[in-house]
Design a protein around this ligand. Structure first.
Ligand SMILES: Cc1cc2nc3c(=O)[nH]c(=O)nc-3n(C[C@H](O)[C@H](O)[C@H](O)COP(=O)(O)OP(=O)(O)OC[C@H]3O[C@@H](n4cnc5c(N)ncnc54)[C@H](O)[C@@H]3O)c2cc1C
Length: 327
């Protein structure tokens, strides 16, 4: 089902929907909202309205109390935001990366937790779409496109961050299974996710060329969810360590080719960076709006502090740095 169809059910007139489904490539500059295609403007408005109406009111509690916003994530799934760039024939939304950035920014502007959940979910489905075979897509992608189930992408380890080639988690072939042993860290959505794209070494001697990628379900034996990190923010999105103790993974769950995991991770993270950047823009936009609002209302020495030149300079530099694109 096309996202626009889903969006249409909630907010959009049919005529515009038809254009959305037919027109996803515009190639125009993204310098301002007006320069976006009608498709992208409509998506922007839909996401903005949804985020302001459904996410903003729950964002503070979500963050303070570390609540996974299940209902809202399912609604985002109905809008097509959990598989933005995935073709419709496997249950995705069929939009482009610009759409993904617009949506992620608007969601993150009102709830950074929901933005993170959405961004990493899209990383998960993108990896499946790019490298999975038809059977894997049916099992690990299609059921993960509507927000009812989410997935995780697990590369980092306690001793592995920026240097993604240093994977220590091992996958050892035994009969028709790979036996996984190791610990992953910082896995977004790790607590709630039902599907996992996991990177493990099938041949340590080959270094990054010995890393392979596996598809796991949460109920596989020997797969344990470890510590949930107590973060400073974005706390409605879980960040977990995952532990694998002799966890058998069927060989048909190897994603793509053996030994290509590092390439798959890098390609997938290229798309992921767009989501992270869009998240940062959304959060910065919200911060700017709050700062301007506060400066306009806070009275000191008989006048709003927004009238003070030093405050105006702060806000000016904030706007210059943030450089909002489509506002
Ligand atoms: C909230 C959150 C969610 C996350 N979600 C996921 C997830 O879903 N899946 C996943 O696999 N991982 C996830 N991560 C892990 C994230 O990808 C890593 O934190 C990141 O790769 C950096 O690794 P590190 O924290 O070990 O830092 P390190 O690699 O130890 O780096 C520490 C510092 O050194 C700098 N540095 C390192 N190498 C170089 C270099 N060569 N040149 C210059 N500077 C360098 C870094 O920029 C950084 O400032 C998440 C992390 C966080 C905080």
């Amino acid at each position: 089902m096309f996202s626009a169809t889903r969006i249409s059910n909630k907010l959009c007139p049919n005529i515009i929907l038809k254009r959305i489904s037919n027109n996803l490539q515009d190639g125009k500059s993204i310098a301002s909202l007006a320069s976006l295609s009608e498709t992208h403007q409509l998506l922007y408005k839909t996401c903005k309205d949804f985020a302001e109406g459904e996410l903003k009111p729950i964002a503070a509690k979500t963050d303070r109390e570390k609540i996974y916003p299940k209902k809202q994530i399912e609604e985002m799934g109905e809008l097509g935001l959990m598989a933005v760039c995935i073709p419709e024939n496997v249950g995705g939304t069929g939009l482009d990366y610009l759409s993904y950035a617009i949506a992620t920014e608007q969601i993150s502007r009102c709830c950074a937790s929901a933005g993170t959940i959405m961004a990493v979910q899209n990383i998960y489905v993108n990896a499946l779409n790019n490298f999975g075979n038809d059977k894997q897509k049916e099992e690990f992608l299609r059921p993960f496109t509507d927000g009812k189930q989410i997935g995780s992408f697990s590369l980092s380890e306690p001793g592995l961050g920026s240097d993604a080639s240093a994977v220590a988690t091992k996958a050892t072939k035994k009969g028709s299974n790979y036996i996984i042993n190791g610990t992953k860290s910082w896995t977004t959505n790790g607590f709630e996710s039902k599907g996992l794209v996991l990177f493990a070494s099938t041949d340590k001697s080959k270094k990054h060329k010995g890393i392979s990628c596996f598809l796991l379900k949460k109920d596989f034996p020997g797969f344990f969810v470890g510590k949930k990190e107590d973060k400073l923010g974005i706390r409605g999105s879980s960040t977990c360590s995952l532990v694998f103790e002799d966890c058998p993974v069927p060989e048909e769950n190897v994603l793509g080719e053996l030994g290509k995991g590092f390439n798959y991770a890098m390609i997938t993270l290229d798309g992921g960076r767009i989501g992270i950047a869009a998240q940062a823009c959304g959060i910065a936009q919200a911060s700017l709006e709050l700062a301007v609002d506060y400066a306009s209302k806070r009275v000191s020495f008989g006048a709003p502090i927004a009238k003070l030149q030093s405050i105006q300079v702060f806000i000016f530099f904030f706007i210059r740095t943030k450089s909002p694109k489509w506002h």
